[in-house]
Design a protein around this ligand. Structure first.
Ligand code: ADP
Ligand code: MG
Length: 405
């Protein structure tokens, strides 16, 4: 799946209304019946041109049809959801243009974007479920049948969780990108001028960088958190230059020092220090750093540890705010966290097993056996009216305040 923005500026107000209607209909229908799309779109504005818009959107790949479906309808594609999110970011003046893709993660696309002033930022598009499971039929059923659940729901959960953590961490002074905006399955954050640790071939003082990273793990723990994926891809290294002026032998001397500052990213898999597997996650994060420093910088620490049992004793000490609790209080239920964790783990397991195939290979018209899992259309109509106000964020029943500034 690739974000193609060419169509973005050609869409009419009516097209956007129809696209939003498909998104709203997706709340209760995997395949939104065409008459329902018409009804929602009309409620929200003009009676005309719905079919013309449907044709435009389908041609642009923003909505898709399913072959051999039991009724006439459309579903939102990843492209459609991307456009809706971008539309929201751009209406908030957060994003004006979309540049190149800087990274493709396991579960995300990372794009450089810019606002009207040309200031560059990072757009992270979560794509949980990008990897589909053609080989294992039961997994497709699993993804489809989970309650409230699909790639859209899970990707949105991942974005909300990541945004909520980024905000909480920033407030506590952790070195993280600045969270700017979140919509649906996407977040916009500041661009960190840096290199991932993975691409750093040597550092002047491995011991101090190592100590700093371990210190970050311990600081997170004190705030009740474990990163859960603390590896060389998720640690960005920023160079901070400072110039010092001294007088030597009556002459002014200029010395520049370069400090390496680590910035941590990628938070959808963060877990609480109270998690049942906390010790495993904690040890894995520590091991990851140790292994990398040994391999890359030939650095082996003299001391063992740090150990989970010691870190556990520090949780909440010295007035450290428990960020695991903060994020839960922002509207994440344990159930949501569990669902997300399960999806991330299963996706990872499939990647490790080499069983995954790209979603695009499995895209439109391939889901021969979609079912209408909806209730009656009458319910939908009641919902439609409540939803008009909310418009941009009304797709899933997730507390409206989650992950938003
Ligand atoms: P994933 O969840 O797919 O691993 P990440 O959030 O780790 O995605 O981002 C993937 C890559 O994109 C990172 O390794 C980094 O190179 C780049 N990246 C992500 N966020 C930023 C940022 N704020 N500034 C600069 N580069 C970034
Ligand atoms: Mg990553």
């Amino acid at each position: 799946m690739f974000l193609d923005t060419r169509v973005l500026r050609h869409l009419t107000a009516e097209d956007w209304r129809v696209l939003t209607a498909v998104e709203m209909g997706s709340k209760n229908h995997e395949l939104v019946p065409t008459p329902l799309i018409e009804r929602i779109a009309r409620l929200k504005g003009g009676a005309s041109g719905v079919h013309k818009s449907i044709a435009t959107l389908a041609k642009s790949g923003l909505i898709g049809r399913m072959k051999e479906a039991k009724y006439d309808g459309y579903r939102l594609t990843y492209g459609g959801l991307d456009y809706l999110a971008l539309h929201t970011h751009s209406s908030k003046d957060v994003v004006y243009s979309v540049g190149s893709r800087v990274g493709v993660g396991k579960e995300s696309d990372i794009m450089i974007v810019a606002d009207k002033t040309g200031k560059q930022k990072i757009l992270k598009i979560h794509r949980l479920g990008r990897i589909s499971f053609r080989t294992v039929k039961s997994n497709r059923d699993y993804l489809r049948n989970r309650q409230g659940g699909s790639w859209m729901y899970l990707s949105r959960l991942a974005a909300m969780k990541e945004y909520a953590f980024m905000q909480a961490l920033q407030e506590e002074g952790f070195p993280v990108p600045e969270p700017i905006s979140q919509s649906r399955h996407t977040i916009v954050m500041s661009l960190v001028e840096s290199l991932p640790l993975r691409q750093v071939s040597s550092v002047p003082d491995p011991a101090s960088l190592y100590a700093e990273l371990i210190d970050l793990i311990l600081r997170l723990a004190k705030h009740g958190l474990i990163h859960g994926d603390f590896n060389e891809f998720n640690i960005l290294i920023k160079e901070e230059r400072t110039t010092k002026y001294t007088i030597e032998d009556g002459e002014e001397k200029e010395t520049e020092t370069v400090t390496l500052v680590p910035v941590i990213i990628d938070f959808p898999q963060m877990v609480s220090m109270d998690h049942v597997n906390a010790e495993m996650y904690f040890d894995r994060d520590v091991e990851c750093i140790k292994r990398f420093f040994k391999k890359r910088f030939h650095f082996v620490p003299t001391q063992p540890g740090p150990f989970f049992k010691d870190a556990k004793k520090t949780v909440g000490k010295d007035g450290a705010k428990r960020l695991d609790a903060t994020v839960e209080a922002s509207g994440f239920t344990k159930k949501m966290l569990k669902e997300l964790e399960k999806a991330i783990q299963e996706q990872q397991a499939k990647i490790d097993a080499g069983e995954a195939v790209e979603e695009e290979e499995l895209d439109e018209d391939e889901d021969e056996d979609e079912e209408d899992d909806s209730g009656s259309d009458t319910d939908d109509e009641e919902d439609e009216e409540d939803q008009q106000e909310e418009e941009e964020h009304a797709v899933f029943e997730i507390p409206a305040n989650v992950g938003r500034p």
